[in-house]
Design a protein around this ligand. Structure first.
Ligand code: ADP
Ligand code: MG
Length: 318
């Protein structure tokens, strides 16, 4: 790496977010060093955003910064982990200072908001792509996976489903939306809010969890596969915006990606805790959308039962 490149990194990335308390050596050496924490386990994840694959050319640098960190924080939330630190691998066609300034300002703001610090990374020249690796902490064996849902559990989702996909359809001029709804849905698409506020609730009550990146049907499908159970969903229980409901366009909620809400399963005897959560957290409503069953994957549309078992979300390969 040349001196110039390093001064660029120092300028834009040396002071991003909250320094993790266990950081010994941060940006500037060959690698970062962090103390391990007795009694805790490290939860690590990584996600890549590639121009033309995960976002259209021309997406604002600030949106990319927020989204690339948020999608990783969403994975930590789904595991029941608290954010600790992250690394950034940035591939840029040119070292455009105004792009870097906008990207780094938004990255700082997001990292501060979620109390996570940037401890290292890599910078290369090439087609625009952003990879973030994030690490979180859980107290020993106090985490949530995809593999522990039980037949009879309630199936729950946070927030609203389908907004991001509807926002994308609006951008692609496949639908015409009011200015207000279009703005709201584009915001959901470009600035997903990782549901880290759910971490404790999930650790206490969920039997399994996943974040919804590829659509409800596909992602809940991963829980069902790994937990070896089935599911029965009810369309009229899906939390959707008024447009989706009025137009009956539930496919945005069922198959649309990029919402980054959490889908989880929970034994029915925790229903009172869920109601309590809803009365205290209007910004992060939880909706029961069905229940897990011994086998099969179906949706009650109100007019009949639809078999979801063959349906797929977005797939990169095959
Ligand atoms: P070299 O190419 O000489 O190996 P490095 O890639 O190791 O240089 O980078 C030097 C330092 O800068 C390391 O501490 C590394 O973690 C940090 N770094 C490089 N790129 C980034 C980036 N995009 N964000 C944060 N830290 C970075
Ligand atoms: Mg290196």
């Amino acid at each position: 790496m040349s001196a110039d490149e390093f001064s660029l990194i120092r300028q834009y990335f040396s002071d991003v977010g909250t320094t993790p308390p266990h950081l010994l050596i941060g940006i500037g050496d060959d690698a970062a060093i962090l103390n391990t924490t007795p009694g805790y386990q490290l939860v690590v994840c990584m996600d890549t955003l590639i121009e033309g694959v995960h976002f259209p050319t021309g997406t604002a640098a600030s949106d990319l910064a927020v989204k690339s960190l948020a999608v990783n924080l969403s994975d930590l939330a789904a595991m029941g982990a608290k954010p600790a630190w992250f690394q950034l691998s940035l591939t840029l066609p040119v070292a455009d200072e105004s792009w870097l300034a906008e990207f780094s300002a938004a990255l700082k703001e997001t990292a501060d908001r979620y109390q996570i610090g940037l401890v290292g990374g890599d910078t290369c020249r090439g087609p625009l792509s952003i990879t973030i690796q994030a690490a979180g902490l859980v107290t020993e064996d106090n985490y949530v996976t995809r593999s522990n849902a039980k037949s009879g559990d309630l199936i729950v989702v946070s927030g609203r489903l389908g907004d991001a996909a509807l926002g994308l359809a609006g951008l692609q001029k496949k639908v015409t939306l009011s200015e207000a709804l279009s703005h709201e849905c584009r915001f959901r698409l470009n600035r997903p809010q990782p549901r880290l506020e759910l971490t404790d609730f999930l650790r206490n009550y969920a039997s399994s969890a996943i974040d919804i990146s590829d659509g409800l049907v596909a992602d809940l499908g991963h829980i069902l596969e790994q937990s070896k159970v089935g599911a029965k969903l009810e369309q009229n229980l899906l939390p959707v915006n008024g447009w989706i409901k009025d137009q009956g366009q539930y496919h945005y909620a069922l198959y649309g990606g990029d919402d980054y809400e959490i889908c989880f399963t929970m034994p029915g005897d925790h229903l009172s805790q869920l109601e309590d959560w809803n009365s205290k957290n209007p910004e992060c409503p939880l909706s029961v959308i069905g229940e897990s069953v011994a086998s099969g994957y179906t949706l009650d549309t109100g007019e009949g039962m639809k078999d979801l078992s063959a349906d797929r979300g977005f797939k990169h390969f095959g």
